[in-house]
Design a binder for this molecule. Sequence first.
Ligand code: FAD
Ligand code: SF4
Length: 514
Amino acid sequence: MVDDSTTWFFVPYDQLNHEIFPWSEGNRENNGLILIESRMKGNSLNYHKQKLALLLSNMRHFAAEAKELGHPVKYHFTDGNYHDSLAEMHAEFGEINLVTPAERSLRVELMPLVEGGKIRLLPHDGWLTKREWFTETVGNTPPFRMDKFYQRVRKETGVLMQDGKPMGGKYSFDAENRLPWKGDPPAQRELFFGVDEIDNTVMRLVTEEFAHHPGNCDLSKVPTTLEQHNQALKWGMDNMEFFGPYEDAMSSRSRYLFHSKLAISVNLHRLSPQQIVDSALATNAPINSVEGFFRQMIWREYVKHVHDVTDGFRTLEVYDEHAREPNFLEQNNPLPAAYWGAKTGLNCLDEVVSSVMDEGWTHHIPRLMILSNFASLLDINPRQLTTWFHEAFIDAYDWVVEPNVLGMGTYSLGSAMMTKPYVSGTPYINKMSDYCKNCKFNPKKDCKVSNLYWAFLERHKESFKGNIRMAMPLRSLAKRSDEKKAQDVVAYEEILSALTEGREYSCGQLRLTH
Ligand SMILES: Cc1cc2nc3c(=O)[nH]c(=O)nc-3n(C[C@H](O)[C@H](O)[C@H](O)COP(=O)(O)OP(=O)(O)OC[C@H]3O[C@@H](n4cnc5c(N)ncnc54)[C@H](O)[C@@H]3O)c2cc1C
Ligand code: SF4
């Protein structure tokens, strides 16, 4: 029998926090928690096994921790969806409370129960910033630009401010944070976590019942208990000193370099954003690192606001209702098997994809300047790329992955979020990584990534007309000889056809076979 004095809360998979949500208020014995493992959700996308295991194990550990704290806990398993389970539970529990879900998909699914009075929606206090700080500085319509919002956040919170002015004399130290990494200072060793009975049960479940899903599954690589998330926080903070200068560097010797890996914890709310920011501010790290890190945490808030005010971009003109996607450059090539691990012979792409298949994670720059860059240069459909990111990354949820891929990684929103596309050729990859050292292509002789870059500009030059930030590259393109432009087209066609057919690329394939 259910006790009438209990208030019941449905706790979605990404609200796994014991302190910041309303169930921490008052007597915990009176705050009942409902958690639901939905097989339908697990199969709704081709999720990476590591992602499924991360979520399930964290939910199960959270439930065990909540019981220890005194909460009544109802842990429910279903083959169906959240809506149907909660509709049934309403008969038993009465009105169910729900902190507004971060994910649009869950909000949409549960809206009929909210409208029908079965679920009471509560505000989500797990964010650092208020919606009005965003709307008053950025607005509800494009162009969306981060700078004014960021400055407002600094002023409102007083973070890294002194006498109303930014510490160090400027708001951003980004220009100082672009060093390549040559092995010194040494990167911290990877953090491994103890694996308990819950983890082992979840790993067995995922490898058996989701055997057809991609990727590896190893819970010693990610935190699942609260104690482990706190260890992850310490590890992340120990990286802070060099986070800034090497923020953009990529290396096959260390996937992490000085990044925190804390998106995993904060997006599940195992750690709150405030806790992470307070920890970062308490380090003695140089200002370019602390400011850089804080700005990234505010990027996280910023993309959430953009996603919310545009209803996942559905309100934007560039959103095509019929195709259910924005696609400013009209890029429609299918996502090649290379993104699921088929080797391409392009070491930069192969290295980064193998990291994703292994653990569902890479840091920001491989996501932007390798994975998204290649997809843009090859005219891969941006929605297909976004779905892949959503499935393959362990920190991906609709509100964060869509703005990052559609708005930043590709130019599918046009200039709504970025002034120009993030695309680059060989010199950038060679400068910022050590990938070229182990590649069968020579970055100074026969690498074709720069040809892809020029071919991309040539194909889309009409779309960039009038864009001041693109004026210089377009001037350089105009000076490029016809002979070189013909080589660019060959490189594009050869690489695209090799990757589309799932085989390795070698120079001159088209000429040999034609
Ligand atoms: C194409 C693309 C796809 C991305 N997809 C995701 C995603 O699915 N989920 C996700 O959380 N982040 C995503 N990001 C943002 C960013 O790459 C990751 O948050 C970051 O790499 C996670 O690693 P970390 O925890 O070590 O972050 P750190 O480099 O240590 O940064 C600190 C924190 O800042 C936050 N952060 C930094 N940049 C961003 C950003 N652009 N958007 C949101 N939060 C940010 C994260 O919470 C992160 O934990 C994406 C970026 C790109 C370019
Ligand atoms: S040589 Fe070219 S293909 Fe090879 S790793 Fe470098 S940029 Fe990538």
